[in-house]
Write a protein that binds this ligand. Sequence first.
Ligand code: FES
Length: 365
Amino acid sequence: MTMAARHSLTLADIYPVWDCDEDDRLICRAVYAETHDIKTFVFAPAEPRQFNFAPGQFLNFEFPVGDEGVIRSYTIASSPTRPFSVAITVKRLPGGIVSNWLHDHLAVGDVVRAVGPLGEFSTWAHPSDRRLFVSGGVGATPLMSHVRRDFDLGEDPDTLYLHFARTPKDIVFRHELELMAFRRENLKIAHVVERADDERFWSGLRGRFSPQLIATVADDLLEREIFCCGPAPFMAAVRGYLASQGFDMRRYHEESFDFEALPAAEQEAAPPPPDETLRTYEITFAKSGQTIACDENTSILAAARLAGMRLPASCTRGLCGTCKSRKLAGEVEMAHAGGIRQREIDAGMVLLCCSQPRSNVTVDR
Ligand code: FES
């Protein structure tokens, strides 16, 4: 290499950007506890690569759980300013297949697969110099990525970080946030707990999300861009309150991959019965042996739900990849939003939530 060529090298030449289409394997590099039931898992590729993502984005992971593996979306908690690894922070959920597997089995050196980054739950997509970050439980992760980024870059936008937890020992990232807030004038942290029985001298706020509480903490609420992440009922409460206050909901953004709430979400998302004026096709599920009808304007997932079937799904928007299935026969029209790769499509995979039949179809479910 000549001297001139060496001088023209950029960081991207030395450490290329991670491309999941090139190699989707990530190695677990570190595991550490954040609280008594929340752990952070750090991943990096085998060769150094830079992750190119906006704070608030997520990855679709495939974990080797069971015979077929399980796909789950996790928002990135680490900052894009530290681009050589990504971290996810996961709470152990009672009965949660993936969260328990991660806590009990995933160890340093293990390999998982991931696709992304994806998503628009980010100040990058919705810029504002006055933000309210509101989270419940481990919903803090995408917001933490933002706070870490701002801190690393020496930026100090007006940010109110409002977090709800059960008790003080359940507050995730507590000490790191307090340290950052100590060093930044415009970063304000408000932790709210339901009970403080595990911390004798708790002097912070107590309660659950309520109009009174939020009015106390954020009296300039209506002037802020609001980013909310947490369990589905929590976000519904925040959304309902803001709408009742005449908040411009175009300035409200939320994100959740609440797999525990799946049955309720399925009921909520139940589509109307098939329209008989449309072309209707037969969808056969090879493993269960079930055959259902699905019209040309309905997704296979929606028709399956209407028929009472339980299939894995989360976002229902073609984004998270949870409903990915192998198509054994037939034609579909699929309008996905990044939750599947071209090479998977070429290999016969489809996302059932955004695939409408164009013939009789058989899927490997
Ligand atoms: S449910 Fe998320 S891609 Fe289908």
